[in-house]
Design a binder for this molecule. Structure first.
Ligand code: SF4
Ligand code: SF4
Length: 265
């Protein structure tokens, strides 16, 4: 029959409409159905009844760990009484080079003797241009730049408010561990393994070197070199015919050359 689909659809809407009020009554004694974390979790689950709309900005859906918004700079957790911790960024400039829309500017620090200091004096990102691709975070060799979860950056100023400077970009490591615990842990393990490998290599390099006096038996170069006819002849003590001929013909060739030059002079 024509129109049954429309009636069914309207029935679903009506059911949700009524269930919303029923749910309101159910949560009335427990802090209400809205702006209540417990009720929100139920409403967003498969057990949710009635209208499931998220009442943003009072209610917000949690973002997944791999969510990425504009970048921020990682610093050490600040020591007690200080605002900033040590910068992880060494101002190497790799992130600025790989950034597709070129929205990163870095001002490198200088030591008193004029040599570059591995720390940025200033670090700017124009987040109006940033396309949240995450290349900077991916390519940074020091894990010093990460993608943030803070997406509420709207503002009324269209000139400088969205050019984030170093003070605005810097966030402590504990913040990164809070928003991306699994990735932060994996990175920490990677850093520890790299550090252990570096220490091991350094101790090996610093220790006494045992240079091999002979090539190993299974070395392909050694195998090849001992198989050549010349090496085998020398090992047997046989005289090389090529060398004997050279001893005879070299002086002869020199003499002919001398005679020829005197004749043509
Ligand atoms: S954030 Fe990383 S890649 Fe960018 S300058 Fe600093 S250390 Fe280099
Ligand atoms: S996320 Fe992409 S566009 Fe934004 S600063 Fe990093 S590399 Fe540039």
């Amino acid at each position: 029959m024509y129109g049954t689909g429309i009636i069914k659809g309207l029935g679903v809407t009506l059911r949700h409409f009524i269930q919303t009020y029923v749910d309101d009554l159910r949560w009335a004694g427990k802090g209400g159905r809205y702006y209540n974390d417990e009720a929100f979790a139920v409403r967003q689950s498969t057990q949710g009844e009635g209208v499931m709309t998220v009442f943003y900005p009072e209610e917000k859906l949690p973002v997944p760990e791999r969510f990425r918004f504009v970048p921020f700079l990682v610093t050490d957790d600040p020591p007690p009484g200080q605002r900033w911790g040590h910068d992880w960024c060494t101002s190497c400039g790799i992130c600025a080079k790989v950034c597709p829309p070129q929205c990163i500017w870095i001002e490198r620090g200088k030591l008193p003797n004029g040599r570059p200091k591995p720390e940025p004096v200033n670090f700017y990102i124009d987040i109006d241009i940033c396309m949240n691709c995450g290349y900077c975070a991916e390519f940074c060799p020091f894990d010093a730049i990460k993608m943030d979860h803070d997406y509420e950056l709207a503002g009324y100023d269209r000139t400088t408010a969205h050019i984030h400077d170093k003070a605005r970009l810097s966030k402590p490591l504990s913040y990164w561990q809070e928003i991306a615990p699994k990735r932060a842990e994996a990175e920490e393990i990677g850093r520890q393994l790299a550090e252990a490998a570096k220490t091991k290599k350094k101790s090996e390099d610093d220790g006494p070197r045992a240079w091999p006096t002979r090539l190993p038996v299974n070395c392909p170069i050694a195998a090849r070199s001992t198989k050549t006819p010349r090496v085998q002849r020398r090992r047997k003590g046989a005289k090389t015919p090529g060398r004997a001929l050279l001893c005879v013909f070299a002086p002869l060739r020199l003499g002919v050359k001398f005679l020829w030059s005197t004749m043509t002079f």
